[in-house]
Write a protein that binds this ligand. Structure first.
Ligand code: NAD
Ligand code: TYD
Length: 362
């Protein structure tokens, strides 16, 4: 028995792989303790092999550097490891990068997912009936496919019409449609999850929360797009991963599950919370608050104003709830970045510096 995790060296995939192998909630899935987990990751700028280094001596983990769009490589993995499930995280994931260069997003999120689905379909169709019945393809997607909300709109449900606004969300929406069609047309047993913004350890510092933590302690400006009153619904990354495990174990095939933590906050509020935490944990030498580093910058083109997830379906059907509050999750996150300066230094490569210069001009 095995499972294949695509994109397992990225931010969320790292936590998924680590939490899965730590197997703290075996009640959810008793088979998982002994089976092999294969991480398939191309190691783009966002993938980091080092995130999984401490699993090197775990015989249940195999790391394979490869592309989800490389059909030969994927077919080889499928026929060698005979997985009972695929958890599909691999994607280009950063909205701002998708605005500067959408081609990679189409290549991986759309074409790559298509090629992966085709390879998995071919593998699935040759499985014995019993193995087909238990096989699952879990597609990890985003709430951004639903577009943007006004301040008093109800939160996104699983039946909210798709209205993606960025190249990133459009490419994820396309992948969701492909996954849905491979179920309806070919009977592939898929489950799709649409989750809100994640935060936590190992997040690449191009996204708001790690960028702000890292810039703050480096004495740099904290860039806030536009008026900073855009709203995101933040979920701690290990809660997202526990929801995916729950969907894999008990979700109904062909269904979509929205995942969120009922935690809507403006960007400005998030940045102020981080500054207050840092003021307590690592006071600035001059005694001033890190909030004095806040700097309002030009808004993102087409910036979605508000995302919010109605998570009642996964709560009622599968009994999933987040374990962390925002207060506990953000404290852990800030402490993790403070405790891991070497990790931060290593991900701030030349490519990262190029991105920061392109996006922020410094
Ligand atoms: P990430 O950018 O940190 O990681 C993506 C990983 O995929 C990287 O390790 C990268 O090397 C790998 N990858 C990229 N292209 C690949 C390819 N062609 N073949 C194999 N591997 C490839 O992203 P993340 O934040 O961990 O997001 C993971 C998934 O979760 C994505 O599908 C994203 O759309 C979804 N999601 C993310 C969030 C969030 O807030 N970060 C919220 C909801 C859903
Ligand atoms: P981000 O972490 O890129 O996630 P997403 O765009 O997928 O929601 O951004 C979160 C919010 O923070 C979003 O409204 C854009 C905003 N933001 C800033 O204000 N400044 C920044 O430097 C970044 C990276 C994001």
């Amino acid at each position: 028995m095995s499972i294949i995790v695509t994109g397992g060296a990225g931010f969320i995939g790292t936590t998924f792989v680590r939490d899965w192998l730590a197997s703290t909630d075996q009640a959810l899935d008793p088979v998982a303790r002994s089976e092999t987990l294969i991480t398939l990751d191309r190691l783009t700028y966002a993938g980091n092999r080092e995130n999984l280094d401490d699993l090197n001596n775990d015989p249940r983990h195999i790391f394979v550097r490869g592309d989800i769009g490389d059909t030969n490589a994927v077919e080889f993995l499928l026929s060698t490891h005979r997985p009972r499930a695929i958890i599909h995280f691999a994607a280009e994931s950063h909205v701002d990068r998708s605005i500067h260069g959408p081609a990679d997003f189409i290549e991986t999120n759309v074409t790559g997912t298509f090629r992966l689905l085709e390879a998995v379909r071919s593998y699935f169709s040759a499985l014995p009936i019993q193995a087909q019945q238990s096989f699952r393809f879990v597609h990890v997607s985003t709430d951004e496919v639903y577009g943007t909300l006004r301040v008093d709109d109800p939160a996104f449900t699983e039946t909210t019409p798709y209205a993606p606004n960025s190249p990133y969300s459009a490419s994820k929406a396309a992948s969701d449609h492909l996954v849905r069609a491979w179920h309806h047309t070919y009977g592939l047993p898929v489950l799709t999850t649409n989750c809100s913004n994640n935060y936590g350890p190992y997040q690449f510092p191009e996204k708001l929360i790690p960028l702000v933590i890292i810039n703050a302690i480096a004495g740099k400006k904290l860039p806030i797009y536009g008026d900073g009153l855009q709203v995101r619904d933040w979920l701690y990354v290990s809660d997202h991963c526990s929801a995916i495990r729950r969907v894999l174990a008990a979700g109904r095939v062909g269904e979509v599950y929205n995942i969120g933590g009922w935690n809507e906050q403006t960007n400005l509020a998030i940045v102020n919370i981080i500054c207050r935490l840092l003021d307590g944990l690592l006071p600035r030498a001059d005694g001033a608050s890190y909030a004095t580093q806040i700097n309002f910058v030009t808004d993102r083109p087409g910036h979605d104003r508000r995302y919010a997830i109605d998570a009642r379906k996964i709560e009622h059907e599968l009994g999933w709830r987040p374990a962390e509050t925002f207060a506990t999750g953000i404290q852990k996150t800030v402490e993790w970045y403070l405790a891991n300066p070497e990790w931060i230094a290593r991900v701030q490569s030349g490519a990262y510096r190029d991105w920061i210069a392109t996006q922020y001009g410094d």
